[in-house]
Design a protein around this ligand. Structure first.
Ligand code: HEM
Length: 416
């Protein structure tokens, strides 16, 4: 650690030109496990530093800019309706963007509905959805993993879990596509994108309010009915704006992440044909393969935070009020934590990766995501005959945080 940190490295790593392989740049960042970048952002890239910061109560998740509808020219909307909506939105942020004590209350209510039985109940349904997607492609010699399977699957699964009527599902597919950009920190600086996301958010919120009313009138055995009717011992019933924010969070947080795990997973397996063959021969290896994928090619490369006080860490001090990036994907390949970190090795022991984050904000949907990835990857291994990558590297979507291929074209001899 003799040289001064290069304050442009993180910007270079986010450059779309480096999307296919940002890992060498992450390795250079790790030379200073916590370093200030030229734009004032602090980046944590070492495993130990990320872990310490995830557990530090001085690190806040409340780093979203205030909600702001763009002007419409209609005075009633611009001065009354939309400012009121923004005020409500700001007070009812989804809990991924909240700190204790609110975060704990909302998360506890959600976890109370994300029961093992409910999630396990999705396994069979997920397997049959995967089978349906593959059946639809029978007779084909090319297969786009993104469009044909990975993209539609998680939205359908979340709609089922929430209890969205099947006929309304196509609207969720369109909303999920638009809102996937909302978790990208870069989108905060893009006025046009923010305006489109606000419009989409309003549309889902209106839909959700009606659906919640319906669930309260006639509760069913689904997650939204449970959330809408259950009373938390301390907090009582979840408010409608928090319910709407939570339902939208589940849709956004559980969609593109899962798409990326399936797509990055297949890409990695086809780049490691011996591992692909082993999975095909022994589907029981799937959980190991998936844990290693979450380390080696994680769907979420980084998340942002804000410091509430000066924080001494890794030989430096992050000042109060600093924007902070937890670069999970760099921590996952830290040689100080993982032997041969650039090797894809599903037999690796002690694989404590940051694929699902950590500490207070550890992913609520992790068990569901594992079920979906396992259903998809084992079915692909079993049913695709002689899959070959049509392009390597594939083209990537713009996101640097939620990073994954835009399409993954495979040549196949058939689908069994
Ligand atoms: C492979 C798929 C997935 C990956 C890689 C993933 C990854 C993550 C990560 C890294 C975080 C931590 C965020 C932070 O620290 O700021 C997180 C949080 C979260 N995830 Fe996931 N996720 C996946 C699937 C899902 C699914 C399927 C759902 C729900 C249906 C979900 C719901 C959530 C929620 C609600 C949070 C916020 C938890 C909190 O703030 O307490 N995720 N996820």
């Amino acid at each position: 650690m003799t040289d001064a940190p290069d304050g442009t490295l993180f910007a270079t790593a986010r450059d779309p030109a480096n999307r296919a392989d940002p890992y060498p740049l992450y390795a250079r960042l790790r030379a200073h496990p916590v370093a200030r970048q030229d734009d004032g952002t602090w980046v944590a890239s070492g495993h130990a530093a990320i872990r310490a910061l995830l557990h530090d109560p001085r690190v806040s998740s409340e780093d979203l800019p205030p909600a702001e509808h763009p002007p419409t020219g209609n005075p009633v909307k611009d001065w009354i309706v939309n400012p009121l909506k923004d005020w409500i939105t700001d007070r009812h942020r989804p809990f991924i963007f909240r700190d204790p004590p609110d975060h704990g209350t909302l998360r506890r209510q959600v976890m109370g509905q994300f029961t093992i039985a409910r999630v396990r109940g999705m396994k069979r349904r997920t397997e049959s959805l995967v089978a349906e997607c593959l059946d639809r492609c029978a007779g084909r010699r090319t297969f786009d993993l993104v469009d044909d399977l990975a993209y539609p699957l998680p939205v359908t699964v979340i709609c089922d879990l929430l209890g969205v009527p099947r006929e309304d599902e196509p609207r969720f597919h369109a909303w999920a596509t638009q809102l996937a950009t909302a978790l990208e920190p870069e989108s905060r600086h893009d006025e046009e994108l923010r305006a489109r996301n606000t419009e989409t958010f309003d549309a889902i919120a209106a839909y959700m309010r009606d659906l919640i009313r319906e669930k309260r009138r006639a509760p069913a055995d689904d997650l939204l009915s449970g959330l809408a009717t259950a009373k938390d011992g301390q907090a009582g019933r979840m408010s409608d704006p928090d319910l709407v924010a939570t339902a939208i969070l589940l849709l956004i947080a559980g969609h593109e992440t899962t798409v990326n795990l399936i797509t990055n997973g297949m890409l990695t397996l086809l780049r490691h044909p011996a591992e692909f063959a082993r999975l095909r021969a022994d589907p029981e290896r799937a959980p190991r393969v998936i844990e290693e994928l979450l380390r080696y090619e994680p769907p979420v490369h980084f998340r942002t935070r804000l410091t509430r006080a000066p924080i001494p860490v890794a030989g430096t001090v992050i000042p109060e009020g600093a924007p902070l990036v937890l670069l999970f994907a760099a921590g996952n390949r830290d040689p100080a934590r993982f032997p041969h970190p650039d090797r894809f090795d599903p037999d690796r022991e002690d694989n404590q990766h940051f694929g699902f984050g950590g500490a207070l904000h550890y992913c609520v949907g992790a068990p569901l995501a594992r079920i979906e990835a396992e259903a998809a990857l084992t079915a692909l291994a079993a049913r695709l005959s002689a899959p070959r990558l049509a392009e390597d590297p594939p083209p990537y979507r713009p996101g640097a945080s939620l990073r994954g291929p835009k399409r993954l074209l495979l040549h196949i001899d058939g689908i069994g």
